[in-house]
Every structure is written in structure tokens, then in C-alpha cells.
Design a binder for this molecule. Structure first.
Ligand SMILES: [Zn+2]
Length: 212
């Protein structure tokens, strides 16, 4: 199965052949429809105008569960459409979280991340940390703004083609392993807001929101 969402993360529609059908579970290749992994939520959208109710990574495959019985058979070309406003919000929040996390690591190399999630409305990163994480927000936000204003190209590529391992890289900033879908430039992150949430003893949550 070819994951076209890596090579062409800005593609919103694609005709692709059906590889298999089992009830309402189908596989296609290539696919532009991302399935939840690495904390980034699945896309939403349709396959031949039938809503996809669930997208699941199974080994090196992705299985799409349809909300209705398929009206096509194996080998047919089906039209896949993803909800682009949702995906683009996910990509922007995802990369905002990547940058915020990297800036925290650069500032505190010993810092331990204990969770992360990217949804359509917000992203969050959880740290094992004593003290109030929000005291660092002004400094982190200033650096985020500088990275965004610098409009730096984001390179995404394989580090291991066999094991489907990917990374993103910004020249002079960082290289980080990640299998999500990434923006082309830091400029696209836009303006963000950070919000602190204490989620337990020595557990600090950083929530990230898009402002435009
Ligand atoms: Zn990523």
C-alpha cells in the first residue's frame, strides 16, 4: 500500500484502485486518507461518496471502514476525498506541536514527554514536570513566532523505506522522526496560543490552539 499522503500531503482527492473488500472494510492503494498514528487523528472523508467511519493502521496496511455497503468491487477505481479544512488544521496544529516540543527540549534537554495528541481543534503535549509550565510560554512563543516569520522550508523524507520510518527536518533547527503529514513551510503554522493545564502531580499539559 502506497501512502500518498506522505509524498503529496496537499492532495485532497484521488482516484485509486481497490485492493480488497471484506464486508464494509476496504483497502486501496495509493491512499491520501491518513489513519491515526503518532498522535495525529485520522482524516475524515469519503470513498466513492460513502463516508469513511474509521481508518485503522493494521501492520503496514490501512483499513477503511465504510458507513454503508460498498457499491464497487476489487480492482475498481474509486474516488477518495478528504475533508481538507480538517486535515489542514491537523497539519498546522501538528507542526505547531512539533516546534513547541523541540523548543522545550532545546531549553530543557532532560524534559520527559508523557503524552501528545493532535485533534482538529487543539493539540496537546504532556510533560512530567514539577512547577508551572506556563512560566516558559512567553519565551517559547517568541521563538515560535520567529520560526514562523522566517518561513523556513520543512523537508519530509524516509529514514528507512522498508520499515516506513519518516522524519521531518528544518535546516539549522532540528531533524525529528515522525510519520505524520507535514507542512511545506513554518509560515503555514500561523499564529498560535498556548494554554496550561495541570493534569496531576508533576504532570503539566501544554495545549496549543490556532488563532487564524
Ligand atoms: Zn510530525
Amino acid at each position: 500500500m502506497e501512502r500518498a499522503f506522505w509524498k503529496t500531503p496537499y492532495l485532497t482527492t484521488l482516484d485509486a484502485p481497490v485492493l480488497s473488500i471484506e464486508g464494509r472494510d476496504i483497502m486501496i492503494s495509493p491512499t491520501i486518507f491518513f489513519a491515526e498514528s503518532g498522535g495525529q487523528e485520522s482524516d475524515q472523508g469519503t470513498i466513492n461518496r460513502i463516508e469513511v467511519s474509521q481508518a485503522t493502521v493494521e501492520g503496514d496496511q490501512i483499513v477503511y471502514r465504510l458507513a454503508a455497503d460498498p457499491d464497487f468491487t476489487v480492482g475498481d477505481l474509486v474516488n477518495v476525498q478528504i475533508d481538507w479544512p480538517r486535515r489542514y488544521a491537523l497539519m498546522r496544529l501538528h507542526f505547531a506541536a512539533e516546534i513547541v516540543l523541540e523548543l522545550f527540549y532545546k531549553k530543557f534537554p532532560e524534559l520527559e514527554k508523557i503524552g501528545a495528541h493532535i485533534g482538529q481543534g487543539k493539540a496537546r503535549i504532556d510533560f512530567a514536570l514539577a512547577g508551572n509550565v506556563s512560566q516558559h510560554f512567553p519565551d517559547i512563543l517568541l521563538q515560535v513566532e520567529q520560526l514562523v516569520a522566517a518561513d523556513l522550508p520543512i523537508e519530509s523524507r524516509f529514514t528507512d523505506t522498508e520499515k516506513l520510518r519518516r522524519c521531518w527536518r528544518i535546516e539549522g533547527f532540528s531533524q525529528v522522526p515522525c510519520g505524520g503529514t507535514h507542512l511545506r513551510s513554518t509560515r503555514e503554522v500561523g499564529r498560535i496560543r498556548l494554554k496550561r493545564n495541570n493534569i496531576g502531580a508533576h504532570k503539566e499539559r501544554v495545549e496549543i490552539y490556532l488563532l487564524d
